[in-house]
Design a protein around this ligand. Sequence first.
Ligand code: CTP
Length: 395
Amino acid sequence: MGRRIVLCISGGIAAYKSLYLIRLFKGAGYDVKVAATANALQFVTPLTIETLSQNRLYCDMFDLNRTLDVEHIALAEWGDAVVVAPATANIIGKYANGIANDAVSTLLLATKRPVFVAPAMNTSMFEDSSVQRNIATLKEKGCLILSPEDGFLACGTTGKGRMQEPEAIFRAVDEHLSQGNEWSGKRVMVTAGPTYEQIDPVRFIGNNSSGLMGFCLAEEAARKGADVTLVAGPTTLTAKHSKIKRIDVRSAQEMYEQCISLAGSQDIMIMAAAVADFTPANPADEKIKKGESGLTLELTKTKDILATIGKGKRDGQTLVGFALETQNEVENAKKKLHAKNADFIVLNSLRTKGAGFQTKTNQVTIFGKDGSEFSSELMDKSEIAALILNTIHAY
Ligand code: CTP
C-alpha cells in the first residue's frame, strides 16, 4: 500500500505554496487528501486542490453529498501523517486548546497520527506570548513543529514567520515516514568521490568519480536509521538526509586522516571513494612554468585507507571495499577481498555500458568473504545502494 498524507490548509497567504507541496508528495508516490478551512479557500481554489491531489477536497462538515462515513474521523485515520501547512495563529490556537468548529480543527482533534505543523504568520503575531504558549502546548502533545524562517513577509516587513519552503516540509515528513529502524543506533562511515592531489597551487591530479554511488549509500544507510558519517572528496553533490554528517576532504592523505580517526567508533565502513593511488612527491609552492621542455612528475604511493582499516578491524565491525577493474575483474576483486581483510568487495566493471563513473546507473557483483557472490542487474545507483546494504544486513 502506498503512503498517504492528509494536508490541512488554513487561511494564510502561504496557502499558495501548499499547492506545490501537494505536487511534491504526489511526485514521490504519496496519495494526498486535503482538508481546508473556509479562509484557506480565499487564497486557493477547490478546483486547483482537487486537480493536483486527484482527490475530493474536504472543507464542509455538513455537505449532504458526502459519503456516510463521518468524514473528519475517517480522514483523521486515513493518512500516515497529517501536515498543517500553512498553520495560522488561529488554527494553532484552536488545536492547542481543543476547539473544533470546522473541517480542519475537528480532523486535528480526532487524529492519532503524527502531526506536522508549519506555522506561517506575521513576526509580531508569531512572537506573541499566547501563540508561543500554544506552540509549546502542541510540542507537548507530540506535534512536530516546522519552525518558520526569517524572510520577507506578505505584510511588507522582514522577520521570523515565513512558512518553511515546501521542499523542506516535504523532506521532513518524508524522512520521518521513511525512517526505518533496522539500523537505528548503528554507526556507518561511507567514503565518496574522487580525491585531488595537488601538483602546484593551480593544478591537481583527479579522477572521473562523481561521488554518486557513495552519496546513495549514505542516504540509504540514513533511511535505515543509522547515524552516518560521509567523508566526501571534491564533488558538487549534496547530502540530503538529516542523519548524515558530512566531512569534506580534498586529498587522499586528508581522507586517510579523517577515516582513521573515525574507524574505531564505527559499526559499518563502506569505502566507495576513488582514492588516488599516487600523489606528487614534491608539490610546488608556486605555479610551475611551462618552460622549454616537458615535465616529469615524481609520484609516491598514497596510504591505502581500506587496507589500513582492514588491518585494525575488530570483531563485529563490517568493512566493505570497492574494486574498479578493467581486466581479470573477478580474480582481482577476490584478491582485494583477502588482501585488504574486507568482509565484502563490490566490483564495478568499466566494461559494462552504463556502469561505473559519471553514470546514474551501475551494475555490480558483490563478493563476500564467506565465498558468496551476487551479480546485480544494471540499476539506478540508489537501488544498487539498497542492494549492497541489504546484503550487508543479511550477513
Ligand atoms: N582505496 C583506499 N585507499 C587508497 C586506494 C584505494 O581505501 N589509497 C580503496 C577504495 O576506496 C576501494 C578499494 O580501495 O574501496 C579498491 O580500490 P582500487 O583502486 O580498485 O584498488 P587498489 O587497491 O588501489 O588496487 P589497484 O589500483 O592496483 O587495482
